[in-house]
Design a binder for this molecule. Structure first.
Ligand code: HEM
Ligand code: 2DC
Length: 469
């Protein structure tokens, strides 16, 4: 017998009381651990209400499959009100990240062809390879300067620059020059604004931004400043390409980048293009850089695994005679390492959908319209789903054991991460170059955990040492 919605366990009766408890537990920073704890207390399904934010939470891959079958034609995620409020406040258009319904679909279909199709990926490879090589050269230079033939540092700022340089070169077909010693202060400001934007978003998941705006709260003002900085830098980049395109005569052979391709295609309005390209530029910095930082951290903790990966890369290079597109087809263990990083350190704590039809999960009836969340962080650490979940084992993704709805770091289906191909290619190329040139080591035993600032970030600086091979 199917049990009714109201019998799902959990704390969903007193949103304000729960918000207070959540706040006392420093919940804004611990969301992922609180979710994990809730699954331990209530089992594989629980209902929750924090502030005005109400959801049903699930953890099992089989239930994820049910969820995504009920996502409908226009899959809709949790609305991040801070982001839509900013757009409304400044009268800016929503891009594909924030649009819904038919408008989302028509934009997304066009963007898919330019951003996530396997055909386009080949265009991105030479651009991203160049950035990878420049990163290696930069590390060599830093090592020389240190006088010790090694470089010990918190790489996060370097990785932010690497990620922004990579995504910009794909979007604009041009280099920003962030691998140089003196970088444009505007670009550095852009990077800082993205971090601030994410950080100021998380409290506003639970406290309506309208309210915070009314009382003139600092978190709202900081959020507006952050987005203002993001938009003004993106606008500059976009205007620059737009101007060049209008001055150009004759057709160039070279791949001109996502933005110029979209402008020439002429299927989306300029305002729609600007909105989505800005989101791509902003979405392309902290996500890949933090995932790479976690990966280097794991490789430093597992030296023999690091050697295994190095051997795979060397063999792949040799077999493909240096051709990067071919090399990328021969590195399953490197790809497994990135999946493993996202299992233990997912960028997104959860995936969510408003379901469009009634479903039955764990024998409970869940009505259409409910916000259902899949706890990605909790799933990745559940011993019932992954054997020895605490161990970093890229090879688990090579074995025949089932991967059914288990590799969801980029989301699922037509609403999955639009930047996925860029992110994967950029991260794989980065690891290839790093493994070919350096050994990564860790200082002493420092256990780094995650902290939630809308995306999951390391809770303390990760200090690594790079040595030449
Ligand atoms: C959406 C993860 C990198 C742009 C998403 C979603 C996830 C995600 C989980 C939600 C998907 C869903 O609801 O099913 C990641 C991870 C990344 C990454 C783990 C890197 C390790 C990037 C990059 C870009 C980007 C590099 C831009 C170049 C976007 C956009 C969306 C999105 C625009 C919204 C798509 C839509 O609503 O149609 N990402 N992302 N992401 N991501 Fe990423
Ligand atoms: C955060 O409870 C936790 O890819 C919330 O590149 C639910 C939630 C909703 C939307 C998620 C967000 C979480 C994490 C960050 C995500 C976002 C959708 C897209 C965004 C996953 C899980 C991200 C990082 C994008 C950001 C693009 C950008 C222009 C800001």
């Amino acid at each position: 017998i199917v049990k009714p919605f109201n019998e799902i366990p959990g704390l969903w009766k007193n949103g304000v009381g729960n918000l207070y408890n959540f706040w006392k537990l420093d919940g804004f920073k611990n969301l992922h651990r609180i979710m994990l704890q809730n699954f331990n207390t209530f089992g594989p399904i629980y209902r929750e209400k924090v502030g005005y934010y109400e959801s049903v939470n699930i953890i099992n891959p089989e239930d994820a499959a049910i969820l995504f079958k009920a996502e409908g034609h226009y899959p809709k995620r949790l609305k991040v009100e801070a982001w839509t409020s900013y757009r409304d406040y400044r009268n800016r258009k929503y891009g594909v990240l924030l649009k819904n319904g038919e408008e989302w679909r028509s934009n997304r279909v066009i963007l898919n062809k330019e951003v996530i199709s396997p055909k386009m990926q080949e265009n991105f490879v030479p651009l991203l390879d160049e950035v990878g090589q420049d990163f290696v050269a930069r590390v060599h230079k830093k090592m020389k300067r240190s006088g010790q033939n090694r470089w010990t540092t918190d790489l996060s700022q370097e990785l932010f620059k690497y990620a922004l340089e990579s995504v910009s070169s794909v979007l604009y077909g041009e280099r920003l020059g962030l691998m140089l010693d003196y970088i444009d202060p505007e670009a550095q400001h852009f990077i800082d604004c993205i971090t601030l934007m994410f950080k100021t978003t998380s409290p506003m998941l639970y406290i309506p931004p309208r309210l915070l705006k009314q009382i003139g709260a600092k978190v709202w003002r900081d959020h507006v400043d952050a987005w203002d900085g993001i938009f003004s830098q993106a606008d500059r980049c976009i205007q620059n390409i737009y101007r060049q395109l209008r001055q150009e005569t004759g057709s160039q052979k070279k791949y001109p980048g996502v933005l110029a391709s979209l402008l020439m295609l002429d299927k989306l309005s300029i305002e729609d293009i600007k909105a989505s390209v800005t989101e791509l530029m902003a979405g392309g910095v902290d996500t890949t850089s933090i995932t790479l930082l976690w990966t280097l951290y794991e490789l430093a903790r597992h030296p023999s695994l690091q050697e295994e990966l190095r051997a795979e890369v060397a063999a792949a290079r040799a077999a493909s005679q240096g051709d990067m597109v071919e090399t990328l087809k021969r590195i399953p263990l490197v790809k497994g390492a990135l999946k493993e990083t996202l299992r233990l350190h997912p960028v997104a704590v959860s995936l969510q959908r408003y379901i469009t039809e009634d479903i039955i999960i764990q024998n409970y009836h869940v009505p259409a319209g409910t916000l259902v969340q899949l706890g990605l962080y909790a799933m990745g650490r559940d011993p019932k789903i992954f054997s020895r979940p605490e161990q970093y084992q890229p090879s688990r993704w090579l074995r025949t054991e089932t991967h059914y709805f288990r590799s969801l770091g980029f989301g699922f289906g037509p609403r999955q991460c639009l930047g996925r191909r860029i992110a994967e290619t950029e991260m794989q190329i980065f690891l290839i170059h790093m493994l070919e040139n350096f050994r990564v080591e860790k200082q002493r035993h420092v256990d780094v955990k995650s902290t939630f600032e809308l995306i999951l970030l390391p809770d303390k600086p990760i200090i690594l040492t790079l040595k030449p091979l």
